[in-house]
Design a protein around this ligand. Structure first.
Ligand SMILES: Cc1cc2nc3c(=O)[nH]c(=O)nc-3n(C[C@H](O)[C@H](O)[C@H](O)COP(=O)(O)OP(=O)(O)OC[C@H]3O[C@@H](n4cnc5c(N)ncnc54)[C@H](O)[C@@H]3O)c2cc1C
Length: 408
């Protein structure tokens, strides 16, 4: 279940078993000149089938458009035992038909139902994914902004100046990077953090940090774009400071700092995790409102709010951590849930940008999802899995029953 079957040298479509580790697949395609268009922090352990089942987003969503755009074929075993091939080699009907194509418009595109279904409709056994060419050049800038207003100016400048080579735009706040530094074992990355954390914010605001990546086909052209982008930021004093990495070691260090956010915060205490979508201009507002709510909550006076995420997608990872306390407090969790979801819903945001529903957000789903859409989800679940054997209790409360049972 972890074989890589093929990589088509013309189309860039790679076909692999669902059990293939994401990083192994990334390395396999890179060795053959293609970029697997998915990268997430857990790449060393997660599997491509799990990534598709959870519709994992990651840092390149803005550039490549997510798995609904890049997954082009799939094999799935349904709960009743049928094996279905969706735009994949080996379809058992017409002889000679059934290869995997970038475009296949032959009726309902069923593969989309399994992307993000969290294993509630079937078991994905094979995945075909379209990969772009591996970029020849990559540059990463680490920028320090004194305020969120400055971050928005950097975002606008990045879209204008970097345009087609802009590949990722990640934001991290000061609370998060302080914890990353506290738990950083790599000496060089510790020194980078030491350097950037000494800058101060303005008007009682802690600074914010941006990681901006470009990927392209011409190193000279891409670097000159990055240079003029950074010059514009310095000349207009939008940033307090900025550093560019052009060699793979330093690029790796910058990305390791970003990928250390999640594990570092978890070393500090229990983390109440939220992953939300809001309008980009409101990106830091949810955290600000949660901080406000927490300041009036005497039971956890030291709770910290840490924010990082995929800025260009409006996707914020809002984390409330209770330093030194590693057990979940249910009453506190409900309190923080209300604070976060209240703030998100007020902004017409999404309560789950990329972390799905699972069990923890199952109950709030009925409050936020269109009732008719939820009815269709329940009907689909009942049709695919009438016995309710696929991840029971995940995403939907009642297996194979009508939506009215949500209201009881
Ligand atoms: C819903 C969800 C969304 C996530 N999104 C992101 C993200 O966008 N970015 C990020 O950095 N991290 C994300 N994570 C965290 C983690 O990186 C992902 O969980 C990872 O993609 C999952 O891969 P895995 O192999 O570890 O799956 P597991 O953790 O083993 O399984 C995750 C879920 O998928 C189901 N599943 C696993 N394999 C299959 C399969 N072959 N067929 C059908 N169902 C299967 C499981 O039953 C389970 O419900 C997400 C986690 C979840 C639960």
């Amino acid at each position: 279940m972890n074989n890589i079957h093929s990589l088509d040298g013309q189309s860039g479509i790679v076909v692999a078993d669902a059990g293939c580790i994401l990083q192994t697949l990334q390395e396999y395609t890179a060795e053959r000149g293609y970029l697997l268009p998915l990268d997430i922090g857990s790449k060393g352990s997660c599997q491509i089938g799990g990534n598709v089942a959870t519709n994992a987003g990651g840092c390149y969503f803005n550039r490549f458009g997510g798995l609904h755009g890049t997954v082009c074929g799939m094999e799935v075993v349904l709960p009743q035992g049928q094996v279905i091939k969706l735009n994949l080699e080996g379809s058992d009907n017409i002889e000679g038909y059934g290869g995997c194509h970038r475009k296949d418009n032959t009726g309902y595109d069923l593969k989309h139902l399994f992307i993000g279904a969290e294993g509630t409709l079937g078991v994905i056994t094979k995945v075909a994914m379209a990969c772009p060419r591996l970029p020849n050049s990559k540059n990463v800038a680490l920028l320090i902004c004194e305020s969120y207003a400055a971050v928005l100016e950097v975002l606008a400048a990045a879209k204008e100046e970097l345009g087609e080579v802009l590949s990722a735009m990640e934001l991290m706040d000061w609370s998060t990077l302080s914890l990353v530094q506290q738990h950083m074992s790599n000496k060089e990355e510790f020194m980078i953090l030491n350097e950037i954390l000494r800058f101060e914010g303005s008007q009682n605001q802690a600074p914010l940090y941006l990681l901006v990546e470009t990927q392209g086909s011409n190193a000279e052209h891409d670097l000159s774009k990055m240079d003029s982008f950074q010059t514009r930021l310095f000349e207009s004093s939008i940033i307090s400071n900025g550093y560019i990495a052009t060699d793979s070691k330093r690029i790796g260090s910058f990305w390791n700092i970003r990928e250390s956010c999640n594990p570092s915060v978890a070393l500090d205490g229990y983390v109440y995790k939220y992953d939300v979508s809001v309008p980009i201009e409101d990106y830091m507002e949810v955290a600000a409102e949660v901080k406000e709510c927490l300041s009036s909550k005497a039971s956890f006076p030291l709770a910290k709010v840490c924010v990082w995420g995929h800025l260009a997608d409006g996707n914020a990872h809002v984390n409330v951590v209770t330093p030194g306390l590693f057990d979940k407090d249910e009453a506190f969790a409900s309190y923080v849930d209300e604070a976060v979801y209240g703030s998100v819903l007020k902004r017409k945001g999404s309560i789950s940008a990329e972390h799905g529903i699972g069990q923890s957000k199952r109950d709030i789903l009925k409050r936020v999802k269109d009732k008719s859409a939820l009815d269709v989800m329940v009907q689909l679940k009942a049709m695919f899995d009438p016995r309710g054997i696929m991840n029971p209790g995940k995403v939907l409360l009642s297996e194979g029953k009508s939506a009215t049972s949500f209201d009881s």
